[in-house]
Ligand binder design. Structure first.
Ligand SMILES: Nc1ncnc2c1ncn2[C@@H]1O[C@H](COP(=O)(O)OP(=O)(O)OP(=O)(O)O)[C@@H](O)[C@H]1O
Ligand SMILES: [K+]
Ligand SMILES: [Mg+2]
Length: 683
């Protein structure tokens, strides 16, 4: 997606203004009860502008002008609210359009039954179709690479200009429709049916078509509707009350009063805040599958992070061979290299490379009769079964020890010492065996990413617990955990342990976030409240998670949590401000309305507003313009500093609650002065 970090463009503005009128449609507006009430009020005052005595009474001719002014302000109030939502939607709509353009002219070379290829529109591709993509062609649809290895420019989707390598097998085999193959040739099996592609999903996501109210938004909407109803009753009962003291309040004033009191500010900005939150996540190159996922991120209590590649740089490279027992370095290196000949993981490749540096290398061709045993997170070992029956393995020390004991072999006395040496330095020790003999240890070096300690410190301030989950041994885990400053860790973890950890936390009522890429992460990604899948990961992982990171940076989980928190805080702050505002308005204008008939109320009229009408109009104008004034805040989000939820609540109550009480008094007074200067105050 073209990353548009610039502020809202002129085109988006123009369209948003147009959309503000389109959204006047009562059928659309009815979804927002607060603003719908304002629209109904607008229609009634419009009628009263033409026929001031429509509902009885004998009003002077100036009443028309007053009614007209109220009508105009009510119209603006609704338009401002619509505009807020339209601006928030604008960026997404523009993105959707450019994505759609990418999609329409994709073509594919589809394999026919006879093995030849035919050119077809990409939109006709189905799950299971095989396509061929050559250098500089676009990848027609989402799929998995069956053959070949090439570099792919994914900037159309991720906005990231650096090309990425995609090839058959492993965790880097998935490709996305709409991206461009830069070199070589790929044979791809399509994994989606028309309309279900990543591009399709992204289009509907960014344009908000699939946006539904989140549970929190629904709850808040109900509260706002309830408040609206209460104030409706308050205002309706005010009329007979006024009658009792021989004071008549005209209908336009009652409507204006109602609109001032109901929570129009948050009612107008609520959906814009939600959309802007989603948008902020997208600008971080993370696709959230739902608004609910973003909200959940804001409520997260526990963050589960992998060690390798998330907390550490993850380029685990072999840096030393440490023989154990009476085995020579040469024996160790030979077996280590043989065990890694067909191991395509970075760890495996680095063992072969270090071996070569030390003068030990073997041609793969010599081992065509050997059986490759791939690394798996379950066995935590990898290696070869040679044609002559020799078995070589390398792997996590505890896994190898267990394996050797089962075979009845012995464990060299100095193995633990070598292992400790590596682990205490934060490295990963891999033990190497040939048949039943442990030959020694490979030292895989890895270091903690810079700045991790500070980030965990921030998370702690937010009250979020971080747990590092690693397949590595306890000592390495402890060293890295201490260095990085995570709260807790589990070592020698298998994929199902991660799942168990998530469940335990959830059983205590905690919300859990994690990131993952492999197929064996899929169940945990699905179980977590926030599952951030890496874009380079397997299809299963991407389906299971409720967010996808297009840059495949697992640490981004930390940012996602911050964005979620900011969304919740922004919504809370504007709600507080809105309701505090409404209460303040009540005390600012009620005395002004009654001061003519009940002179005793004059004492309460601390504001010294010019006239009852001026008081009402000032409050109504203030009520309207506060909406556009708060749009930037709603879009940008309340500035957020890591602190505990309680401190945050106190702080926000002070700023937005107190601010919300004071602002109307100041604002209304200023507007009243202006109205007086322009001679409108006494109509
Ligand atoms: N290519 C490999 N061959 C043999 N053993 C390996 C290989 N890669 C890793 N191991 C061993 O298996 C353990 C688990 O590796 P894995 O990459 O699954 O860790 P993990 O569970 O993802 O945790 P983390 O990534 O935080 O280390 C490693 O700690 C290491 O001891
Ligand atoms: K209001
Ligand atoms: Mg790993």
């Amino acid at each position: 997606m073209a990353r548009n970090t610039k502020s809202v463009s002129r085109d988006i503005m123009k369209r948003a203004i147009w959309d503000s009128f389109v959204k006047m449609n009562p059928v659309i507006l009815a979804r927002n009860p607060v603003m719908f009430v304002v629209e109904i009020g607008f229609v009634i005052t419009l009628l009263l502008t033409f026929a001031p005595n429509l509902f009885g009474g004998h009003y002077p001719s100036t009443q028309r002008i007053y009614n007209l002014i109220v009508t105009i302000i009510l119209l603006l109030t609704v338009l401002f609210g619509n505009f807020a939502e339209a601006v928030a939607e604008g960026r997404g709509k523009a993105q959707a359009e450019s994505l759609r353009k990418t999609k329409t002219d994709l073509v594919a070379n589809r394999r026919m039954d006879n093995g030849g290829y035919e050119e077809v529109p990409a939109s006709t591709l189905h799950k299971g179709d095989i396509v061929r993509v050559e250098a500089l062609e676009m990848i027609p649809a989402d799929g998995e690479v069956l053959e070949g290895l090439g570099s792919v420019d994914e900037s159309a989707i991720t906005g990231e200009s650096a090309p990425v390598i995609r090839g058959a097998g492993g965790d880097f085999s998935s490709v996305t429709g709409g991206t461009k193959l830069l070199s070589d040739e790929l044979i791809i099996r399509i994994t989606v049916d028309p309309g279900e592609s990543f591009l399709d999903k992204m289009i509907s996501l960014v344009e908000g078509a699939s946006r539904q109210k989140t549970p929190n938004e629904l709850a808040l909407s109900v509260l706002l509707a309830g408040l609206t109803l209460i104030f409706l009753i308050v205002v309706v009962t005010l009329e007979p009350l006024a009658h009792y003291v021989h004071h008549t309040i005209d209908i336009a004033t009652l409507i204006a009063l109602l609109v001032c009191l109901i929570p129009t500010t948050i009612g107008a900005l609520l959906s814009a805040i939600g959309i802007a939150g989603m948008d902020r996540v997208i600008r971080f190159n993370v696709i959230a599958k739902s608004g609910k996922a973003v909200e959940a991120a804001g409520d997260v209590n526990t963050l589960i992070l992998d060690k390798t590649g998330t907390i550490t740089i993850g380029n685990r490279l072999a840096s030393e061979f440490l023989p154990a027992g009476d085995h020579t370095e040469k024996d160790l290196i030979e077996s280590a290299v043989i065990s890694s000949l067909f191991d395509e993981t970075p760890e495996g490749r680095s063992v072969v490379d270090l071996g070569k540096e030390k003068g030990v290398s073997f041609a793969r061709e010599r081992y065509t009769d050997a059986q490759n045993v791939e690394f798996s997170a379950d066995t935590r070992m990898s290696g070869l079964d040679l044609g002559d029956g020799t078995v070589v393995r390398k792997g996590a020390v505890d896994a190898i020890k267990k394996h050797v004991s089962e075979l009845g072999g012995t464990i060299p006395k100095d193995l633990d010492e070598k292992t400790e040496y590596v682990a205490k330095a934060g490295g990963t020790p891999l033990a190497v065996i040939k048949d039943r003999e442990i030959l020694g240890v490979i030292y895989l070096k890895d270091i903690v990413k810079p700045g991790m300690r500070e980030r965990f410190e921030e998370l702690r301030k937010m009250g979020i617990k971080t747990v590092m989950c690693t397949g590595d041994n306890p000592l390495t885990a402890a060293t890295i955990a201490k260095e990085a400053g995570v709260d807790d860790y589990i070592a020698e973890a298998k994929p199902e342990d991660k799942m168990r950890l998530i469940r335990t936390e959830q059983d205590q009522g905690k919300l859990v976030a994690m990131s993952g890429d492999g197929t064996n992460d899929a169940p945990a990604l699905a179980q977590a409240d926030v599952g951030l899948a890496m874009n380079t990961g397997t299809t299963a992982a991407k389906e299971a998670g409720n967010m996808i990171d297009l840059d495949s940076d697992p640490t981004k989980l930390i940012e996602v949590v911050s964005i979620g928190k900011q969304l919740l805080i922004t919504r809370g702050a504007i709600t507080t401000f809105s309701i505090a505002n409404d209460v303040a308005k009540y005390f600012a204008i009620i005395p002004a309305i009654f001061m003519v008939t009940i002179p005793a109320l004059k004492v309460l009229n601390v504001m010294h507003l010019t006239s009852p009408h001026s008081a009402i109009l000032s409050a109504l104008i203030f009520n309207a313009i506060i909406i556009p004034l708060l749009i930037p805040l709603a879009m940008r989000g309340v500035k957020y500093r890591p602190m505990s939820a309680t401190n945050m609540l106190v702080r926000n109550l002070l700023i937005y609650g107190m601010g919300g009480v004071i602002a109307p008094f100041v604002g209304i007074k200023i507007i009243d002065l202006l109205l007086t200067i322009f001679g409108v105050a006494n109509i």
